[in-house]
Write a protein that binds this ligand. Structure first.
Ligand code: ADP
Length: 308
């Protein structure tokens, strides 16, 4: 059973921006799926469409067998959404926010109280149940959003940057909680900026850029792609062409700069030895950039290379 099927999804906003340009995607039931990509890539728009917060321009969305256009109520009932913004009433009490939300899904009050208690206890929020939401710290407000998204026990939980701005301790306990509900059968889709989050949680990831999926793969494959490291070497004397050195991929950026890529566990001594033997003296060296950003850039360039 597929938890989610998206076919040829497009979104053009009123201002003319094409945020999503024909995305197709499938997520298996029980999966933990990550949607990665730089800012402005179209992740929130895609999630907004799945959760019926954004009207699509074109395409099909099917959630656990229910077409979002043909059976919207049934499709929507399968989903719990944890948005990026705190979109609850800050003056309402935590417990009331939850029981009201449960009410939208037709859950009777008593049952809603029980479920609220269960999830609030699980996420360490129970003692705040009778306080207004504004009294919670940023990290706990984010947890309240998670509980609210789960209150009707959806089969598919969608989280938009669930740990953005959350301190490391709270982030890790949130991860443990998400892993637990995934192990119990809830399919999870999240967007994230943190490579560590995708590494720790996701089984599959799709990378989205400029409204298009540029890669859809298992997380192990993502990590092996990220096993490549790239450094920039500043040279003492000008170089006419890049040297050929086994295990190292050398590229001449300009006469005094060499870019070298290699597998993360390769000893750099071999590189410096080979360069010395060629009379090439290195004055300094630096890492090129963050691994995930580098991967985004590599994939975007590869894509441009194949489409031009
Ligand atoms: P991401 O979540 O990956 O950062 P978004 O889906 O938020 O990306 O944005 C994709 C593009 O759509 C961006 O160029 C953004 O400026 C634009 N966009 C997002 N929401 C709106 C909106 N409501 N109206 C107009 N443009 C929007």
């Amino acid at each position: 059973m597929k938890a989610l099927i998206i076919r040829n999804l497009r979104k053009k906003y009123a201002n003319g921006i094409e945020a999503v340009k024909g995305i197709s995607l499938e997520v298996e039931q029980g999966d933990f799926f990550g949607l990665l990509g730089p800012n402005g890539a179209g992740k929130s728009t895609t999630i907004g469409i799945i959760a019926s917060l954004v009207n699509k321009t074109q395409g099909e969305v099917n959630i656990f067998g229910f077409d979002l256009d043909k059976e919207p109520e049934k499709a929507k009932a399968q989903i719990g959404l944890v948005p990026q913004e705190f979109n609850f009433n800050m003056f309402e009490r935590v417990i009331d926010i939850l029981t009201q939300q449960a009410g939208y899904y037709g859950i009777p009050y008593q049952k809603a109280r029980e479920k609220s208690e269960f999830y609030l206890k699980k996420l360490g929020l129970w003692e705040k149940a009778k306080e207004p939401a504004r009294n919670l710290s940023g990290g706990l407000k984010r947890r309240l959003l998670i509980v609210r998204g789960l209150i009707h026990e959806p089969k598919l939980l969608i989280l938009d940057e669930p740990t953005a701005g959350v301190d490391i301790e709270l982030r890790r306990s949130t991860w443990a909680f998400l892993q637990e509900i995934n192990a119990q059968g809830t399919t999870i889709i999240l967007t994230t900026h943190y490579l560590e989050e995708a590494e720790s949680l996701c089984r599959r990831v799709a990378i989205i850029n400029h409204g298009e999926i540029i890669q859809d793969m298992g997380v192990k494959q993502l990590l092996s792609t990220l096993d490549k490291e790239t450094v920039l070497l500043d040279l003492k004397a000008p170089l006419k062409e890049a040297p050929v050195i086994p295990k190292f991929e050398c590229k001449r950026i300009d006469a005094l700069t060499l870019e070298v890529s290699f597998h993360r566990h390769t000893s750099l001594n071999d590189l410096f030895l080979a360069l010395s033997q060629r009379g090439c003296e290195v004055m300094s060296f630096r890492n090129k950039s963050n691994r995930l950003e580098e991967l985004f850039l590599d994939l975007v360039h590869a894509k441009q290379g194949t489409s031009s």
